[in-house]
Design a protein around this ligand. Structure first.
Ligand SMILES: [Zn+2]
Length: 123
């Protein structure tokens, strides 16, 4: 009689152990992939803002009267911002929320700060 609760098949037990470990690793990986994606979107956004600033400047000083470039950049920024907000929402589900008022790290699942009572999410 074994001291552990087993299925009676050592290969099944090993496989079950491996499966749950593999699943944990996979979740952690998925999460970090989304962090990488968010950082990528952030830098793409910054680059587009930079280009927009340049295009607006050139228009303002009369170097160009072409507003198509500005319109295109605004449309691209709008799309990137939507994608950025989506991924932030996705990531936030797995993150312990930080209070926007007092900066307390709250417990995952809280909607209101356990210290000051402020709303943790705006949407
Ligand atoms: Zn708070």
């Amino acid at each position: 009689m074994s001291m552990f609760q087993t299925s009676g098949n050592p290969f099944d037990d090993l496989r079950n152990m491996f499966d749950s470990a593999a699943q944990k690793t996979c979740e952690a990986f998925e999460n970090s992939k989304e962090y990488v994606e968010r950082a990528k979107l952030r830098s793409e956004l910054n680059e587009k803002y930079r280009q927009l600033g340049k295009a607006e400047f050139e228009y303002a000083v009369g170097e160009t009267d072409d507003t198509d470039a500005i319109d295109t950049l605004v449309a691209e920024i709008r799309e990137l911002r939507n994608a950025y907000v989506d991924i932030c929402k996705l990531l936030r589900r797995g993150e312990a929320p930080i209070c926007p008022r007092c900066a307390k790290q709250n417990v995952l699942g809280n909607s209101y700060c356990s210290d000051c009572g402020a709303r943790l999410y705006t949407d």
